[in-house]
Design a protein around this ligand. Structure first.
Ligand code: SF4
Length: 353
C-alpha cells in the first residue's frame, strides 16, 4: 500500500507506535546510528554495523526483523538470523556506494593474479560489501570485518604469515595497517578500474598488505583544512575524533580514530565541558550533540549519507503496515549459496570479536 507522501510526521510516528504495539515481540526493529531520529527513536536496537550484525544473530524469537540502514546490512541480518524469520528493508535501493566499488568479477581477477605470485593471501572484506564478496571470503579462508574489528582481522592474517587482500575501502585498510606499524611503501594498491599486472608479480614482492581502491564519499569529504577551520573557530584544544574511513591525512591529525560505536562511547565517557569535533555522518553527530548538552559537540563538517537517508519515516511506516496488512514487503533475500559461504566469513569475524 502506498501512503500519502504528505502525511504529517506526527501521524507517521503515531502509526509506527501503533504497529509496534500490535506486533509486540513478533517484531524487532534494528537501525543504524546514521538513521533519521524518528526511526532511531522507534528502534529496539541502534548500533553500528558490527553491533547490528551481532544483534540480528540474537533475535531468535521475533518473526519479523525490520532493518533500517543501507541494504547490505539487511542482507547480513538475513544471513545471520533463523530460517523461519523474515527480514524487511524499507528501501532495497538504498545501496552503499562504497560496497558497489568491488564486484565479484574484479575480485576474482585480482585473486587469480595473486595466487600466481606464490604468496599466501587471505581475503578480508569490509562489511560494506555485497553478499557474493562475503561468500568469496568464506570460500577462500577469509574474513568479513567491520571498522570496529578491522585491526583484529588484519593482525590475525599477518600472524598466519599471510598477506591480507583488504577490500573495498582503501582508507580503512591503510589506516588500520598504519596502526599495526605497516608503512605505505609496504602496501600495494590494487586498481580494479585499470589494467593491473597480468603476469608480473614483482609489484607485489615484499608487500605486507594489498589494498583495493574504493572509498566512502561521506568520510573522504573531511579534509585537513576542516580541522584547521574548526580549531580556528573553537580553539586548538578541541578534540578531533574521526571514523577510519577518513583519509590518512585527516586521521593522522586527529586525537582519536575509531568506529561509530567507539566515537559514541568515547564522547559519552568524556567529562562535562569537554569539546569535540566529530568527523562522521551528520545525523549521528547531531544526535550525540542533542543527547549531551553538557559538552560542546560540533561536526567537523556537515556531511550526510544520501543512501542512509533513503530510509524515510514514511517508507519505514509503509513496511511496518505491510506486515500488519498481511502483504509483507520488501523482503530481503540472499542467494542461498552466497548466504552459506558468507555466513562462514561472518562467523569467523564474530569469533575474533
Ligand atoms: S556513510 Fe559511507 S560507507 Fe556508510 S553507507 Fe554511506 S556511503 Fe556507505
Amino acid at each position: 500500500m502506498t501512503l500519502d507522501a504528505n502525511m504529517p510526521l506526527q501521524e507517521i510516528n503515531g502509526r509506527i507506535a501503533a504497529v509496534r504495539k500490535r506486533l509486540g515481540k513478533d517484531l524487532v526493529i534494528l537501525a543504524h546510528y546514521y538513521q533519521n531520529i524518528n526511526i532511531v527513536r522507534a528502534a529496539d536496537f541502534v548500533g553500528d554495523s558490527l553491533q547490528l550484525a551481532q544483534s540480528a544473530s540474537r533475535q531468535t524469537d521475533a518473526k519479523y526483523i525490520v532493518f533500517c540502514a543501507v541494504s547490505f546490512m539487511a542482507e547480513m541480518a538475513r544471513m545471520l538470523c533463523q530460517p523461519h524469520q523474515k527480514v524487511f528493508h524499507p528501501d532495497l535501493a538504498a545501496k552503499c556506494p562504497l560496497a558497489e566499488m568491488a564486484v565479484i568479477s574484479d575480485v576474482e581477477r585480482a585473486w587469480e593474479f595473486l595466487k600466481g605470485t606464490g604468496r599466501r593471501v587471505i581475503p578480508v572484506v569490509y562489511v560494506n560489501s555485497r553478499a557474493d564478496l562475503k561468500a568469496f571470503c568464506g570460500k577462500n579462508g577469509g574474513f568479513v570485518c567491520t571498522s570496529a574489528n578491522a585491526g583484529k582481522a588484519m593482525d590475525f592474517v599477518l600472524s598466519q604469515g599471510a598477506v591480507p587482500l583488504f577490500f573495498p575501502d582503501e582508507n580503512l585498510g591503510r589506516n588500520t595497517a598504519h596502526t599495526l606499524g605497516i608503512k605505505d611503501d609496504e602496501m600495494f594498491l590494487w586498481e580494479p578500474y585499470t589494467d593491473m599486472p597480468k603476469t608480473d608479480p614483482s609489484p607485489i614482492a615484499g608487500k605486507k598488505v594489498i589494498l583495493w581502491r574504493g572509498f566512502c564519499y561521506v568520510h573522504v569529504a573531511f579534509k585537513p583544512s576542516d580541522i584547521d577551520d574548526v580549531k580556528r573557530t573553537h580553539g586548538n584544544d578541541i578534540k578531533i575524533i574521526v571514523h577510519p574511513e577518513c583519509v590518512p591525512a585527516v586521521v593522522q591529525r586527529s586525537d582519536y580514530v575509531g568506529s561509530t560505536s567507539f566515537i559514541k562511547s568515547t564522547v559519552e565517557a568524556a567529562p562535562p565541558g569537554s569539546r569535540w569535533a566529530i568527523g562522521t555522518e551528520i545525523n549521528f553527530v547531531n544526535r550525540l550533540r542533542d543527547d549531551h548538552p553538557d559538552k560542546l559537540i560540533v561536526p567537523l563538517k556537515e556531511w550526510g549519507c544520501r543512501e542512509m537517508a533513503r530510509v524515510t519515516p514514511l517508507r519505514f511506516l509503509e513496511v511496518l503496515e505491510n506486515i500488519v496488512n498481511g502483504k509483507p514487503q520488501p523482503e530481503v533475500a540472499v542467494d542461498p549459496d552466497h548466504a552459506k559461504y558468507a555466513k562462514i566469513a561472518l562467523e569467523r569475524m564474530l569469533a575474533i570479536t
